[in-house]
Design a binder for this molecule. Structure first.
Ligand SMILES: [Zn+2]
Length: 300
């Protein structure tokens, strides 16, 4: 009996520890700040920030105001479906129900370590993710971590600009985009690179497949090294440009049990991946308990 108690508590302890390690503890800002170094496509108006006024006025009041000018598609930003689909929603038309949503993250950094900028997210990765974590919840945004955020401070490295001025960075495969569309569970896809399409895919097949199904894209997302696969809600807040094909984005992740989570999103919390050994210990402990209990009831 004593043995059971020990096993049971070890099991519970491991269960708690593993849950703590895989859940989001705090609100996380997944946005890069905008400044004059912010990465934009080479054919796009870059972000230009101009200091205009910063002074104490004659009446003693401090007054400061600046100006900025920018294209829609640079830095951490939002691609509306209209960007690649004439019938798609523009930025201001996206329903709010698709902007405050559950988030899931898939990590393909191992693939990127092997294949570098040639790495692609494949349907197999998505299937494996669902085997490990359960089905992706309906109305979710899928964040894809290529581990590319670490290059963000160096535009040449981040975009993988080669001697022919071609871009080289990882992205989604067309087959993965098709898988996402067919799943009918995902309303948006976010990447920690400059585009959902791999750098060399100049025909943007992934953008076209996703936007044909009103799925939006989040680009240059700042995904920290430690970030859980599940258990968080995303606030996807693009600047509300009326006819925007895209817009600068503020993207925030909050723990699923935070007070900031709308009640309708609180109910389903995906169970974080718990190491199998802690389940085994709990099951074994329960069997031992049952055996002990039944044998103690046998009249001597
Ligand atoms: Zn874009």
């Amino acid at each position: 009996m004593r043995c059971f108690v020990v096993f049971f508590f070890i099991g519970c302890y491991l269960e708690t520890i593993s849950a703590t390690l895989t859940r989001l503890e705090d609100t996380v800002d997944l946005t890069w700040s905008f400044d004059n170094d912010t990465i934009y496509w080479t054919n796009s108006q870059p972000f230009v920030f101009t200091r205009k006024i910063a002074e104490i006025r004659r009446d003693g009041v401090w007054y400061a105001a600046n100006e900025f000018c920018a294209g829609e598609h640079g830095g951490t930003h939002f691609d509306a479906p209209y960007h690649f689909n004439k019938q798609g929603w523009k930025v201001a038309e996206i329903p709010l129900s698709r902007l405050i949503v559950r988030g899931v993250k898939i990590d393909v950094t191992e693939e990127v370590e092997l294949l570098k900028d040639k790495a692609l997210l494949l349907p197999e990765h998505l299937e494996q993710w669902e085997e490990d974590n359960g089905s992706i919840p309906k109305n979710s945004v899928l964040l894809i971590k290529f581990g590319w955020s670490k290059y963000y401070s160096n535009k040449t490295e981040y975009l993988g600009i080669d001697q022919q001025d071609n871009l080289n960075f990882p992205g989604l495969s067309e087959a993965a985009a098709e898988w996402i569309v067919k799943s009918r569970k995902i309303v948006g896809v976010g990447v920690d690179t400059a585009s959902a399409d791999a750098g060399r895919d100049i025909n943007f097949p992934v953008h076209r497949i996703l936007s044909a199904h009103q799925i939006y894209v989040l680009e240059n997302v700042k995904i920290p090294a430690a970030f859980p696969d599940t258990g968080f809600i995303l606030y996807v807040l693009p600047m509300k440009i009326q006819d925007g094909t895209g817009a600068p984005l503020r993207l925030i992740a909050i723990p699923h049990d935070s007070d900031l989570v709308p009640p309708n999103l609180k109910i389903v919390a995906m169970s974080p991946a718990v190491p199998i050994y802690s389940h085994i210990i709990i099951i074994l402990s329960s069997v031992v308990l049952l055996v002990l209990y039944s044998s103690s009831n046998v009249p001597e």
